[in-house]
Design a protein around this ligand. Structure first.
Ligand SMILES: Nc1ncnc2c1ncn2[C@@H]1O[C@H](COP(=O)(O)OP(=O)(O)OP(=O)(O)O)[C@@H](O)[C@H]1O
Length: 263
């Protein structure tokens, strides 16, 4: 098996040789006050893949995701986006702007702006798109996430699930090459969780490259190409979703899955 195939099959990680690797971390460590919370983790995500980061609370999943976003510096290792250096030890990460979209648990919409203006703002301010064109594109994105009827509504007039879909549309407004989701449904009721996961599934089906920290095991199992299991800052195992769920290599992964799946 070539290195490229191995990465695609969820085998050895850390290779950035393939032209279609979107983001890659190579043995990165991120510490707070000298204590590593992400320890020597390597992960490489290819174009069009959906990768789910799983693990117990405090495992370092969100921190790893933030390292992949260029929101956190690293103390050792390297992060590359499209082969270009994003992070090197103890230097501020290089910003890739809207090329990396990020969606958080809390939707973080601008409360004083309507849905359409929330989505149109960054293309206007950052990319200099004219207001009418930015609003037209925003409307299309809101249609795409099922909110065509809600364009003029303000966040307080929308459900949590609708607000999160506006947040997704807002990230998509910058035409990202990578979408990072940090527990996007943790603040939502089951009904609204389903709506948001459906939008994410559509994005994945349309070829978006996605990394998601999630406690939604059904989504990880059915919709992720690969799952990565972390514990205590370390990448314990990773592989195709079906393999990790049905036949994990590590006892720690098995114990976690048994616990969260009630097995
Ligand atoms: N800014 C910070 N300063 C100090 N410690 C932090 C900071 N952010 C995270 N940590 C610590 O790093 C560890 C990993 O946190 P992280 O949020 O990455 O875990 P997680 O796996 O995403 O957990 P959860 O599923 O609960 O969100 C935790 O022990 C946390 O307390």
């Amino acid at each position: 098996m070539s290195k490229v195939d191995a990465v695609s099959a969820g085998g050895p990680v850390g290779s950035t040789e393939s032209a279609d690797v979107v983001v890659a971390a190579e043995t990165i460590t991120r510490s707070y006050h000298g204590t590593p919370v992400v320890s020597e983790v390597s992960i490489s995500v290819r174009q069009g893949q959906t990768v789910a980061l799983l693990g117990p609370s405090g495992a370092g999943k969100s921190t790893l995701l933030r390292c992949l976003a260029g929101l956190e510096p690293v103390q050792s290792g390297t992060v590359r986006f499209r082969g270009e250096t994003m992070s090197l030890p103890d230097a501020p990460p290089r910003a890739f702007g809207g090329r990396i979209g990020m969606v958080f648990q809390q939707f973080n919409l601008f409360p004083h702006l309507s849905a359409v203006d929330n989505v149109a703002l960054a293309p206007m301010k950052v990319r200099g798109v004219a207001k009418s064109a930015a609003r037209a594109a925003a409307r299309e994105l809101l249609e795409r996430v099922g909110l065509g009827e809600h364009c003029e509504h303000f966040p307080f007039e929308l459900s949590g699930g609708q607000q999160q879909r506006v947040a997704i549309a807002r990230a998509l407004g910058m035409s990202p090459e990578l979408m990072l989701f940090d527990e996007p449904t943790s603040a939502l009721d089951p009904e609204f969780t389903r709506e948001v996961l459906a939008v994410m599934r559509d994005l994945a089906a349309a070829g978006m490259t996605i990394v998601v920290v999630t406690h939604e095991m059904g989504f990880a199992r059915r919709s992720a190409d690969r799952v990565v299991f972390m514990d205590a800052g370390r990448l314990v195992e990773e592989g195709p979703a079906d393999t990790v769920f049905t036949n994990p290599d590590h006892e720690r992964t098995r114990a976690f899955l048994d616990q969260v799946l009630g097995g």
